[in-house]
Structures are given as C-alpha cells and as structure tokens.
Design a protein around this ligand. Structure first.
Ligand SMILES: [Fe+2]
Ligand SMILES: [Fe+2]
Length: 167
C-alpha cells in the first residue's frame, strides 16, 4: 500500500524534502564551502546565502504550522547526489581549481532548489494554501538571486583561468 495517497500528503512530503536540503545546507554544506573557497566575493555571497537559508527554514516551518502539521524532514536523495558529486570532484582537482568546482556545485544546487520551489508553489496553489504560496515565493526569489550571483562568480573564476591558460 502506498503511504502517500493524496496531493496534500505529497505536498507535505516534498516540503519535508526541501526542509532536509535547507537544514543540510545550513548545518553542514554552506559552512564547509565558506571555509573552503579562496575568492573573497564568492565567500561573501555564500555567507549572505547562509543567512537567507536560515530564513528559508523558518518559512518552511511556518508552512507546516499553518497547515496544522509538525515539521518533518525527508532525506532528499537528489541533494545527497549533488553533494556526493561535489565531494568526489573536490578530492580529484588541484587546489587552484576548487573555487570553480564549488561555484559549479552551488549553481547546480540553486537550480535544484528552484525546481523544487516551483513545483511546491504550484501544488500549494492547487491546494488553496495561500499562506504557503507566499512563503514559498519568498524562498524562491532568494534562490533565484543566489543563482544569478553564483553564476556571475563562476563566470569570473572561469574567465580568470583563461588568462592563466594562455600566459
Ligand atoms: Fe534555500
Ligand atoms: Fe539556495
């Protein structure tokens, strides 16, 4: 027998998935990246997004609350895959390339979060959960900003390798 049988159950499950992602990012992944990267602009952007990510958790918990549910995380294998890919890459590249690997991993993560929030917003709308829609849109907006920012950092870092490759 399937455990998830209604659109509401599915929404709550997917909400738990993204809560897992935001918690992992806050407790483990972003602090580690902040330590790891060399580029000061990149580090500042990560620090800002760590702050925003704490707010994402608060918003998600508020959604559970507004629906009369306990907040509960669901292990997100998509995110675990992105993380495993990143960890493997960083163990294989020389130190001078770590920032580029990290920027690529950060951009992939933002894309993943954006896709998750887009889906959740549509589900919340269909369920008539207007408070959830508003809170999810706040998170989505910040993920989009973070993606734009990390993409411009990634471009800068990749452009810098162009000059070292030709000189
Ligand atoms: Fe987030
Ligand atoms: Fe994010």
């Amino acid at each position: 027998m399937p455990e998830i049988t209604t659109p509401r159950d599915l929404f709550l499950h997917e909400l738990g998935d993204i809560l897992y992602v935001e918690q992992k990012l806050t407790e483990e992944v972003l602090p580690k990246l902040i330590q790891e990267v060399q580029d000061p602009d990149f580090r500042k952007g990560l620090e800002r997004h760590l702050d925003q990510t704490r707010g994402h958790i608060t918003n998600l918990e508020q959604i559970f609350d507004s629906m009369g549910e306990q907040s509960e995380t669901e292990k997100c294998l998509g995110f675990e895959g992105l993380k495993a890919e990143h960890d493997e890459m960083t163990s294989e590249v020389s130190e001078s390339l770590i920032d580029i690997v990290d920027a690529g991993a950060a951009a992939r993560t933002e894309h993943y979060e954006i896709a998750a929030y887009n889906g959740l917003i549509e589900m919340a709308r269909a369920l008539g959960e207007s408070e959830a829609v508003g809170l999810l849109e706040e998170n989505l907006k910040e993920e989009r900003e973070a993606l734009r920012e990390v993409e411009s950092v990634a471009k800068k870092l990749r452009d810098e390798t162009k000059s070292t490759a030709t000189s």
